[in-house]
Design a protein around this ligand. Structure first.
Ligand code: PHE
Ligand code: ZN
Length: 850
């Protein structure tokens, strides 16, 4: 156990820092194990602060010297930072520290990746670079000089000088330290250019290691599209002469929006048809957009404190989702987002890690970069937009940028621009930011005297620290269908604000069929008891693409639950409805591919648990296999047509049209493999000329317990490509049969190429183990033990990545007593590890409910 009691930080305790920063000058003398950082910082007393303690954060720094106004001082130094007496007027602080980037395996602060120096400062990593008020509400301009004998030396802002062995950068935009970045390495630029709407020429570069030059073109185009889109849709223009992106192999997250110098996990930016799947391309396009959009939502307007993280993240996720909808297919994107929210955010919101979109306390802020802050945070903005309308949303955003440019803001500031724009009181709406848990909306219907009444009820289960829940403002988009499938009422948004509320519809000739929560208008769980005949009717007729898909999903879920609970046979309404949808050539192939998806095993486990049953992972797995087999047989005659529809003309393009066809083709191949034992997949593997097809074929073969030769050939072909090898590792764990999974994962961790200190490789194996539901939950506990072994091993090396992966255990209370005990024992074993990081110990104790 940790010796010191963990400190909890509270939102309510916020106070401004006692000093403001006028300017920061940094000099880096780079050396692998002894980098010198010299800082010259101009401070002045903050007139708005009452507290005047001069405390600078600093961790893992060796202080060489410090001075104030040129006179040497001796600060009080602890392992958290330093304090020193300072004058009650503007003064210059100077310090020199030494740091060891070569031994920085946590990948926070200044570290090394394949001989290249790079930084990661969000959330609190700048304090590992030099002494500084490392908090987002302290903003300053930065000038950075880098001395080092590497060919490429980069920092934020615009270049302001360079020579043999040095470069200087000046960032004119005041920023918090978490947006600081530095990169030095032997890198190659993939250049580009963009002219902003007011005529400013911007030099663009995507910097990569030699060998990766061929994987840059797509990312560069995505960047240009993002810059244009933000001008067209939000009126936001780029504000520096250069925009640099750097690809790094060792990175804890996806990417980071450092001002003018975005740093990316190479998996989130490098792409080529031979090495990347369609899904990779789409994700890369979205992440590039996301980081670019942060330039306004995050950088120009930043967060007052880390409790306000959703101010930048929720909004920026919402913006990147809008971008993807515009670039690709809006219904497909919406369905993907709902699938993702249910898979990642709902379990978080309904388990021991549940927290509000704006948390009120934390021990380690890195543990709050969550699906709730990001994705539910984005959903909250989508609801706000739906409630006020598109025009008011646009006006409110203009006001937000105008009023708060250059400031560090709060959710209250954000809400206020909407109130000021619309005159609407959003007090109740703000509960979306403070109340945790997923609201459940129950529907009942009544038809009498020509009046159709929908009664909506909302309730939210207690979550950690919140027993009493208040009603929230829930926009429920509803349309009504007549008996022949015509829409008798177009979509309207019902505003559910009370615990229970009724809405009446008059002027209808007969009882309609409702289509409720269209476009997934709120991140809630809809509970509506309807017959499968009614679901099949919506699957055939709903004009709302989301709800049409949802009808199929509900049918699938219902049949799976009855197969598990009552040993029922696969439901004919589901199979027939699916067949009809697949036959409909007017429907987008991507959409038809989505229709073939099933609820995940983990989602089914949650549904069983909510209905008062104890989920049995093996029974869930078997039900899915059985339903898949039945589906293959039921749609057998259609499969040749689906395969031919999936053929694309011309060269590979990762666009929506082609990737939709390939998605349909992949789904058809998976079904075909259940009927032909893998013959077609083996042929497809041999013919594959892009990674999407190659990986699809290989996964079909592995699922059929074939493909050993292909797996070996894949290794030989790709062993020198790190990103493709991550796929090779991950796929084997994902496709392993339940009993085999822990053993497969265990033996892959012994593989010579299993570099466990690389987060991508670690996630490819250990993360995939946690994602393979039936495999992870093997009754002997082998999956749990293997995960815990690796958490314990990784924690001292990389606490952030370790802590994130603890969430694999967050659903432990859903399962039977034996599994609960096995998981609890492993969690305790992790918790009792000596010197456990603050990150992991907070996660484990929250999961255990301690
Ligand atoms: N701010 C980054 C993003 O959302 C995520 C991130 C957080 C990256 C912390 C690194 C460290 O784009
Ligand atoms: Zn972000």
């Amino acid at each position: 156990m940790r010796d010191a009691a963990p400190t909890t930080i509270y939102l309510k305790d916020y106070t401004p820092f006692g000093y403001l920063v006028n300017s920061v000058h940094l000099t880096f003398d780079l050396a692998d194990h002894a980098t010198r950082v010299t800082s010259r910082i101009a401070f002045r007393p903050n007139p708005d602060a009452t507290e005047r303690t001069f405390f600078l954060h600093g961790e893992d720094l060796a202080l060489i010297s410090a001075s104030i106004n040129g006179a040497e001082v001796t600060p009080d130094v602890t392992d958290k930072g330093l304090t020193v007496d300072v004058p009650d007027e503007p003064f210059i602080w100077e310090a020199e520290v030494e740091i060891d980037p070569g031994n920085n395996t946590a990948l926070e602060g200044l570290y090394m990746s394949n001989g290249m120096y790079c930084t990661q400062c969000e959330a609190e990593g700048f304090r590992k670079i030099t002494y500084y008020p490392d908090r987002p509400d302290v903003m300053s301009t930065f000038t950075v000089r880098i001395n080092g004998d590497l060919p490429v030396l980069l920092s934020n802002g615009n270049p302001s000088g360079k020579g043999e062995g040095w470069a200087e950068w000046t960032d004119p935009w005041p920023k918090p330290a978490y947006l600081f970045a530095l990169v030095a390495g032997d890198l190659i630029a993939h250049p580009g250019q963009f002219t902003t709407k007011s005529g400013r020429d911007v030099e663009l570069n995507l910097w990569v290691r030699p060998g990766d030059e061929g994987k840059c073109a797509f990312g560069m185009e995505a960047l240009k599209k993002s810059m244009k889109w933000d001008e067209d849709v939000y009126g936001r223009e780029y504000d520096l002469d250069v925009f640099n992106i750097v690809a790094v192999d060792d990175f804890n997250m996806g990417a980071m929006e450092n001002k003018g110098l975005n740093i990316f996990n190479s998996s989130a930016v490098l792409a080529s048809p031979e090495t990347s799947t369609d899904a990779n391309f789409e994700r890369i396009e979205a992440i590039i957009a996301h980081e670019y959009f942060h330039n306004w939502t995050g950088n120009r307007i930043t967060c007052r404190d880390w409790f306000q993280l959703c101010l930048k993240e929720g909004l920026t996720v919402f913006r990147d989702a809008q971008f993807t909808s515009d670039m690709r297919s809006a219904p497909v994107k919406r369905i993907h987002d709902a699938i993702d929210l249910r898979a990642r955010q709902f379990p978080e919101d309904n388990g021991p890690l549940s927290h509000p979109v704006r948390p009120e306390s934390f021990q380690e802020i890195n543990n709050f970069y969550t699906a709730t802050v990001y994705e539910k945070g984005a959903e909250v903005i989508g609801m706000l937009k739906r409630l006020v309308g598109d025009d008011a949303y646009a006006k409110a955003l203009d006001l937000y940028f105008e009023r708060h440019d250059g400031q560090a803001c709060t959710i209250e500031d954000w809400i206020k621009v909407f109130e000021d724009t619309t005159g609407r009181d959003l007090t109740q709406f703000q509960r979306w930011y403070s109340q945790s848990g997923t609201p459940r909306v129950t529907v009942s219907e009544n038809w009498a005297d020509g009046i159709y009444t929908l009664t909506l009820n909302q309730r939210t289960e207690p979550t950690p620290g919140q027993n009493e829940k208040q009603p929230q403002v829930i926009p429920v988009a509803v349309g009504l269908l007549g008996a022949n499938g015509d829409e008798v009422r177009q979509t309207e948004v019902l505003e559910l604000t009370e615990a229970e509320q009724s809405f009446q519809f008059t002027g209808l000739a007969a009882k309609p069929t409702p289509s409720i929560l269209r476009d997934f208008s709120a991140p809630v769980i809809l509970e509506h008891d309807v017959s499968n005949a009614e679901r099949a009717f919506l699957l055939a007729h709903d004009t709302d693409p989301f709800n049409r898909w949802q009808a199929g999903r509900s049918l699938a879920q219902d049949t799976l639950l009855r197969m598990i609970l009552d040993d029922a046979a696969p439901d004919a309404d589901y199979l027939d409805g699916l067949l009809a949808v697949l036959r409909d050539v007017d429907l987008d192939p991507a959409y038809r591919a989505l229709m073939l998806g099933l609820p995940t095993q983990s989602e089914l486990a949650a549904s069983l648990f909510e209905r008062g049953h104890t989920p049995d992972p093996m029974m869930i797995w078997t039900a899915i296999e059985t339903l898949r087999q039945a589906t293959a047989q039921h749609v057998q005659d259609l499969l040749p047509r689906l395969h031919s529809e999936a053929l694309v003309d011309g060269p590979y393009a990762p666009d929506a049209a082609q990737s939709g066809k390939r998605a349909l083709g992949s789904a058809a191949l998976a079904l075909t493999t259940r009927l032909d034992g893998g013959a077609m997949a083996a042929e497809a593997y041999g013919n594959a000329d892009n990674m999407t097809l190659q990986l699809t074929a290989l996964s079909c073969l592995l699922r059929a317990r074939k493909g050993e030769a292909e797996l070996a050939a894949f290794y030989r072909q790709w062993q020198h490509d790190r990103l493709v090898m991550d796929k090779w590792f991950g796929l084997q764990v994902a496709m392993a049969g339940p009993e085999a999974t822990p053993g497969v994962a265990q033996s892959l961790t012994q593989h010579a190429d299993f570099n466990w200190k690389n987060p991508n490789r670690f996630r490819a194996v250990v993360g995939a183990l946690a994602m393979n539901h039936a495999g992870f939950h093997q009754p002997d506990g082998a999956g749990y033990a293997l995960l815990a072994d690796w958490l314990i091993r990784l924690d001292p090396v990389n606490p952030q990545t370790t802590a994130r992966m603890c969430s694999a255990f967050q659903t432990w209370k859903r399962y039977d007593a034996d599994r609960q005990e096995l998981m609890r024992a492993q969690l305790s074993r992790v918790a009792e590890t000596p010197n456990l990081s603050r990150d992991t110990s907070e996660m484990v104790s929250r999961i255990l409910g301690a």
